[in-house]
Design a protein around this ligand. Structure first.
Ligand code: ATP
Length: 271
């Protein structure tokens, strides 16, 4: 699929830039701040809008798209900002942020305050799926964001979001299923799930809940001309989830090499 070449290249370059920041001089830097339930990610692009640095941290400051630990969120964003500034040898000034599609203005205020509180000048605030599609570049498809608490489906027509839905099934349910099947506590199940080496073994256990997610997707896209799906969000890190979803929905399903990096890169592009 030609559509996703740009995305795959950006994600690959970003992964490299996180490990080895590119210190070449740039007249301006564009920063994207993504506050997720599992992870806070910062992506930095140079004047040519190529990834030059980034950082992320697993954190518990946002739940279901809402900032639940404001001070903690500001602190993490500030620390990640300083860490990158050190590596690049420059100050980061401008940043953009994103909010889950359909979030009301009150919640977007919290995201805005976190980014400004961390010392950035906020240049843009957009919805997460529009941000993701800056990188995915789908014309007629859907962004499927499987997070912690929910699965978000954003249908694109001619590259624009025309329909959004958010259903309360996500990674938390995956962890609950593992907890039940293995007799582990929720926290243990959550950590077990994040280990890539356990994914193959977990697949049969998780199959029913992935099928449930697939049927939710099918239900929401049925009235649209959706030619491709792209998976983002932490839960899509699960090895093989894309195969089950593609088989069940019958729609070509793309999974970026790291589904947690698409949205922050898109946010940075919109900066
Ligand atoms: P929400 O839907 O709650 O708003 P979000 O979009 O902010 O969530 P993400 O940070 O994208 O959430 O995803 C969180 C989920 O991803 C958690 O359930 C977490 O367990 C899961 N997750 C994170 N890393 C992995 C991994 N490597 N393998 C499997 N699941 C993972």
């Amino acid at each position: 699929h030609v559509t996703f070449e740009y995305c795959d290249q950006m994600v690959a370059d970003f992964e490299k830039a996180i490990k080895h920041p590119i210190r070449e001089k740039s007249s301006v830097y564009y920063t994207g701040v993504d506050l997720g339930t599992a992870c806070v990610v910062i992506a930095v692009l140079d004047e040519n809008r190529r990834p030059v640095a980034g950082a992320y941290r697993y954190a518990d400051v946002v739940r279901d798209g809402m900032v639940v630990d404001y001070i903690g969120a500001v602190q993490i964003v500030r620390e990640l900002k300083e860490e990158i500034e050190e590596k690049l040898g420059t100050e980061l000034i401008y940043a953009a942020g994103a909010i889950p599609p359909g979030t009301d203005l009150l919640d977007s205020g919290a995201v805005k305050n976190v980014i400004q509180g961390a010392g950035f000048e906020l240049t843009n605030l957009l919805d997460e799926s529009t941000a993701a599609n800056e990188v995915l570049k789908m014309k007629n498809g859907a962004v499927v964001d499987i997070g912690g608490g929910t699965t978000g489906i954003s249908v694109l027509k001619d590259g624009k979001v025309v329909y959004i839905a958010d259903e309360p099934t996500g990674g938390t349910h995956f962890s609950l299923v593992i907890s039940g099947a293995y007799g582990k506590s929720f926290e243990e199940a959550e950590l077990y799930k994040r280990e890539e080496k356990n994914h193959r073994e977990l697949m049969p256990v998780l199959q029913p809940v992935i099928e449930k997610v697939s049927s939710i997707i099918s239900q929401h896209i049925k009235d649209f001309d959706v030619q491709e799906l792209s998976l983002v969000g932490g839960t899509c890190c699960l090895t093989g989830i894309e195969d089950v979803i593609q088989k069940r929905t019958g729609v070509f399903t793309h999974k970026p090499k790291n589904p947690m990096f698409v949205t922050p890169l898109g946010i940075a592009l919109s900066c």
